[in-house]
Design a protein around this ligand. Structure first.
Ligand code: DUC
Ligand code: ZN
Ligand code: ZN
Length: 472
C-alpha cells in the first residue's frame, strides 16, 4: 500500500519546505521536491492513495510523553482507558503516547509493569511506550530498574510530593539516581516539596478553607522551585540525567536554566494548562467548579506572571517539551470526592486530544515558530525518550506517522464539539484554535480523515524505547 501526500508544506524541527511525501507500507520512503520525477513520472497516478495537502502543513505525528491512562489516584482511577484515551489522542494528531506504568508502594516493579502491559495490549489506537513510576525505592526496585532498561523502559518517575503514596525521600532519590547514572536511564521528577505542602494543606483545612482554590494556594511556587533545585543538586551529585515534569513556576525553570547553562543534563517539560489557564480564572471558579482544574503542580496565579515566562522558556529551549500530563477525571463522582475537602479532589486534567492544537495556537499568536511547534510536540519528545529514528520527524525510514494540519481551518473545543476523551466535561470548554487537524496517519494507516475516525482498536503497538538521544 503506497500513499502519496502531495502539495503540502512539510514542517520539521529546523525547516518548513514544500515537499511531497511518499509512504510505502508503514514507513516514509521519500521526500520529493514538487515536480521531481526520479521515482516515477506521475506518482499521484501510481500510488494506491493520494492525499492532497495543498495549502496545508504536513507535520510528524505528535508524541505525548506524559499520559496517565487508568492511573489509580485518590481512591479512584483516571477515567480514560488505553482505548478511549488513544482514540482521543489520534483525533488531536498525537500518534504516540508514553504512559506511566505504576509500582505502587509495597508492590513489585515488575508486577506493576505487567499490569500496565495488560491494560494496554490490544487496546490502543496509536503506538505507546511506558515510563515506570517507582513508588518504593529499595534494593529490589533498584535492580528492576536495570532489568527494565533492557525491556525498553528507559525512564523512571519519582515523586517528591504525595507523602505516603508515591513519595520518595532524598536518600531514596539519591539511590535511584545512582542507578540511573550507571544504567544510562533518565530520572523524571515530580518536583514539589510534599512535606511542606502537607503542612500547609492541614493548616488550611483546620481554618475551614475547603474550596478547590486552596489546592493552588497550599502549593505555592516556592514549593516547586525548592524541590526543583534539590532534584537538580541530587542529579548533579550522581551524574543522572534529570527531566522535571509539569513545570509551572517561572522561578523553578529559572533554576533549571542556570544549571542547563552550566552544561548539566537537566531538562524541563511544561503542559498546555500552565500556558493558558490560571488560578484566578479556573481554579477559583465559583462553588466547586474549580475542581475541574485541580492538578499538580497547580495552575498558578496570573498576578505572578508565569505564562509569558513559560512561553519564553519554550522559545529558548530552557523548556524542551510540551506534554499534557493527561490525567482525566469526571466531575460527577470523581472530582466530587473532594466536596468539602479540596485535598481529596483527584489531581488531573484531560488534554491528550488538544495538545497539538493548543500549542499551534502559540504559532498563530507569534509566541513560537512553526518549526518550534513541531520540535516541542514531536521531535524532542521522541529524542528525549529514545524513539528518534522511528518517531518525531518525517524522513525516509521513519514510521509514517503524519498529520495534515490546515492553518485555514478552525477548531472549537468543547464537550459537545471536539471531545473524545472519557470525561463529562472539558477543561478547555470554549477554547477556539485557528487551525485544524485534517488527516492523521499512523504507520501508514489513516486513523482520522476530515474528522471521521477510521482507526481500529489494537492498531497501536508497544514501543520498546532506547536510551535518551538528547543528552549532552
Ligand atoms: N499530577 C496530576 O495532576 N495528576 C496525576 C499525578 C500528578 O503528578
Ligand atoms: Zn507528577
Ligand atoms: Zn503526571
Amino acid at each position: 500500500m503506497t500513499t502519496f501526500i502531495r502539495g503540502g508544506l512539510v514542517v520539521g524541527p529546523v525547516s518548513a519546505q514544500p515537499l511531497d511525501v511518499l509512504v510505502d507500507g508503514e514507513r516514509v520512503v521519500a521526500l520529493l521536491a514538487p515536480g521531481d520525477t526520479s521515482l516515477g513520472a506521475d506518482l499521484a497516478a501510481s500510488a494506491d492513495r493520494v492525499i492532497d495537502a495543498t495549502g496545508k502543513y504536513v507535520v510528524p505525528g505528535g508524541v505525548d510523553a506524559h499520559t496517565h491512562m487508568e492511573l489509580p489516584f485518590g481512591g479512584t482511577f483516571a477515567s480514560d482507558t488505553f482505548e478511549t484515551g488513544t482514540v482521543a489522542a489520534a483525533h488531536g494528531g498525537t500518534t504516540t503516547i508514553i504512559d506511566f506504568a505504576v509500582q505502587r508502594t509495597g508492590e513489585r516493579v515488575q508486577d506493576g509493569l505487567t499490569a500496565w502491559h495488560e491494560k494496554a495490549a490490544g487496546q490502543c489506537a496509536v503506538d505507546y511506550g511506558f515510563h515506570q513510576i517507582i513508588g518504593g525505592v529499595d534494593d529490589e526496585s533498584l535492580k528492576a530498574m536495570d532489568e527494565l532498561v533492557d525491556e525498553g523502559i528507559t525512564s523512571f518517575k519519582l515523586f517528591m510530593a504525595y507523602p505516603g503514596v508515591f513519595y520518595s525521600d532524598d536518600g531514596q532519590i539519591l539511590r535511584a539516581m545512582q542507578t540511573a547514572s550507571s544504567n544510562g536511564s533518565m530520572i523524571m521528577m515530580h518536583a514539589e516539596n510534599g512535606m511542606a505542602i502537607d503542612v500547609l494543606v492541614q493548616q488550611a483545612l483546620a481554618q475551614g478553607h475547603t474550596d478547590p482554590v486552596y489546592h493552588g494556594l497550599t502549593r505555592p511556587w516556592e514549593t516547586e522551585a525548592e524541590a526543583t533545585n534539590r532534584a537538580i543538586m541530587l542529579a548533579r551529585l550522581t551524574g543522572a540525567p534529570l527531566y522535571v515534569v509539569h513545570m509551572s513556576a517561572k522561578q523553578a525553570v529559572s533554576v533549571l536554566q542556570a544549571n542547563k547553562d552550566e552544561g548539566w543534563n537537566v531538562f524541563g517539560e511544561t503542559c498546555p494548562q500552565y500556558l493558558y489557564l490560571s488560578l484566578e480564572d479556573q481554579l477559583a471558579a465559583p462553588g466547586f467548579e474549580g475542581a475541574k482544574w485541580v492538578c499538580s503542580t497547580p495552575l498558578r496565579a496570573k498576578a505572578e506572571h508565569h505564562q509569558d515566562e513559560l512561553w519564553r522558556y519554550l522559545r529558548t529551549n530552557d523548556l524542551s517539551i510540551v506534554s499534557t500530563d493527561h490525567c482525566p477525571f469526571c466531575f460527577k463522582e470523581q472530582k466530587e470526592l473532594g466536596l468539602g475537602n479540596f485535598s481529596k479532589i483527584p489531581n488531573g486534567i484531560g488534554s491528550v486530544e488538544h495538545r497539538m492544537d493548543l500549542i499551534y495556537q502559540g504559532v498563530v499568536d507569534g509566541r513560537i515558530s512553526l518549526e518550534r511547534w513541531v520540535e516541542l510536540c514531536s521531535t524532542t519528545p521522541a529524542r528525549m525518550f529514545g524513539l528518534y529514528g522511528r518517531k518525531g520527524d518525517i524522513r525516509p525510514g521513519f514510521d509514517a506517522d503524519v498529520v495534515v494540519y490546515d492553518p485555514a481551518g478552525r477548531t472549537e473545543i468543547g464537550l459537545h464539539k471536539t471531545h473524545h476523551m472519557n470525561m463529562d466535561h472539558s477543561a478547555w470548554e470554549g477554547f477556539e484554535i485557528d487551525g485544524h487537524v485534517d488527516t492523521v496517519i499512523s504507520r501508514g494507516t489513516v486513523l482520522v480523515d476530515g474528522g471521521e475516525y477510521h482507526g481500529v482498536k489494537g492498531h497501536g503497538e508497544y514501543l520498546k524505547r532506547g536510551l535518551s538521544q538528547y543528552l549532552i
